[in-house]
Design a protein around this ligand. Structure first.
Ligand SMILES: Nc1ncnc2c1ncn2[C@@H]1O[C@H](COP(=O)(O)OP(=O)(O)OP(=O)(O)O)[C@@H](O)[C@H]1O
Ligand SMILES: [Mg+2]
Length: 347
């Protein structure tokens, strides 16, 4: 048995079985027991505490042209958390590196039907969507290395900035309401090229992950300017709605200074939950997993669950969109809770 989540659950079950009956409740004072308790909470999430569904389909672009700030890690782990807590979620990998596909255990070798085929070719998103092992409620459109050429190939394509938006709108229109995603999360590459532009035109809101390190705010002005330009010329509905602080190291003063600076600058856009620097978060993709399934009781896992909960709570009362392509298309409410991990039946 290699899955740490599975190990934790069975060790918890074994502990409970061997506990003297007079002990009643298990003793949750020790660190390992606390971790096991947190793990079971994450793994049985949807049974206990589903997240509220958004008032409309939420298409969120996760962008920051700075490399390595946690875009992919946040897309994947927020996506898995939303799905484990009952909300149908589609992750679109828009980075030729294919890191989100890797972390979700989705095949993305050359030739795999991928987002490239929908952007540059004639495929519909439905033809390139893949299931994930994390949850039957989580689907992924992978990116293959072919996408690296898309920036150039798209240049001559008509309405090239709108390709992804049109693909998403056609996809949700074709699905019956009970299969429509509540959340679409788009993972951007670390650049402001045509791929990121497609993601900004496709999204209704932007989530910017900011690493709690030196130079965190550097380059952000350029991203915000680009978002303004997209709002003026291509997508009037787009706005930055969420900032997520990532890789926070509580041992350093610097992390607190950066977090304070970001909060002063962006106010309520910054989620109260902060993602700590946590080795389990960085190990998980190597196993084709999110940290929630790899080590559900870790601080990385529980903080992503908390961030996803806050994101979902902010989604219950969103203003309606002018987005005509999605008019009248809303997802059915989440189906009754179901078991989180390793349940393979499709929804
Ligand atoms: N909270 C965390 N704790 C520890 N390591 C982390 C954490 N978040 C991300 N990492 C690691 O930092 C590196 C960069 O993260 P990630 O790939 O998510 O950033 P990115 O913004 O998507 O990068 P790129 O710009 O290359 O697409 C990865 O190796 C990832 O595993
Ligand atoms: Mg990335």
């Amino acid at each position: 048995m290699t899955d740490p989540g599975e190990r934790l659950r069975s060790s918890l079950a074994a502990d409970q079985a061997s506990a003297p009956s007079s002990a009643g409740m298990a003793d949750f004072d020790s660190p390992i027991a606390m971790e096991a308790l947190r793990a079971t909470r994450v793994l049985h999430a949807a049974d206990q505490d589903p997240f509220p569904a958004p008032s409309r389909i939420r298409v969120i672009t996760i962008a920051n042209q700075k490399g390595g700030v946690g875009k992919t890690t946040s897309t994947v782990n927020l996506g898995v958390a939303l799905a484990l807590y009952g909300l149908r979620t589609l992750v679109i990998d828009l980075d030729p590196q294919g890191n989100a596909s890797t972390a979700l255990g989705v095949e993305h070798t050359v030739g795999t039907p991928s987002v490239y085929d929908a952007l540059v070719g004639d495929s519909s998103l439905a033809e390139v969507v893949h299931p994930t092992t994390a949850s039957p409620k989580l689907l992924c459109v992978p990116a293959t290395i072919d996408l690296a050429g898309a920036e150039i190939e798209l240049v001559s394509v008509v309405a090239r900035e709108h390709r992804l938006r049109r693909a998403i709108e056609a996809y949700v229109h074709e699905l019956p309401p009970e299969q429509r995603p509540h959340y679409v999360l788009i993972d951007c590459p670390p650049s402001l090229g045509l791929l990121t532009l497609n993601a900004l035109v496709a999204g209704d809101e932007v989530l910017i992950p900011i690493q709690c390190e030196y130079y965190a705010l550097e380059g952000l002005g350029q991203l915000l300017n680009n978002i303004d330009l997209v709002r003026q010329h291509l997508n009037p509905g787009i706005s930055v709605r969420t900032i997520l602080l990532t890789m926070y190291d509580g041992r350093t003063k610097l992390a607190d200074q950066v977090a304070d600076e970001v909060r002063n600058h962006f106010g309520d856009l910054v989620l109260p939950a902060v993602i700590p620097r946590n080795v389990r978060v960085s190990e998980a993709p190597g196993y084709g997993q999110s940290v929630l399934t790899y080590d559900p009781g870790s601080r990385g896992s529980t903080s992503y669950v908390e961030a996803a909960r806050q994101l979902a709570e902010r989604g219950v009362d969103l203003p309606p969109l002018e987005r005509t392509g999605m008019a009248g298309v809303s997802p059915a409410p989440p189906v009754a809770a179901q078991h989180a991990v390793s349940t393979q039946e499709s929804q």
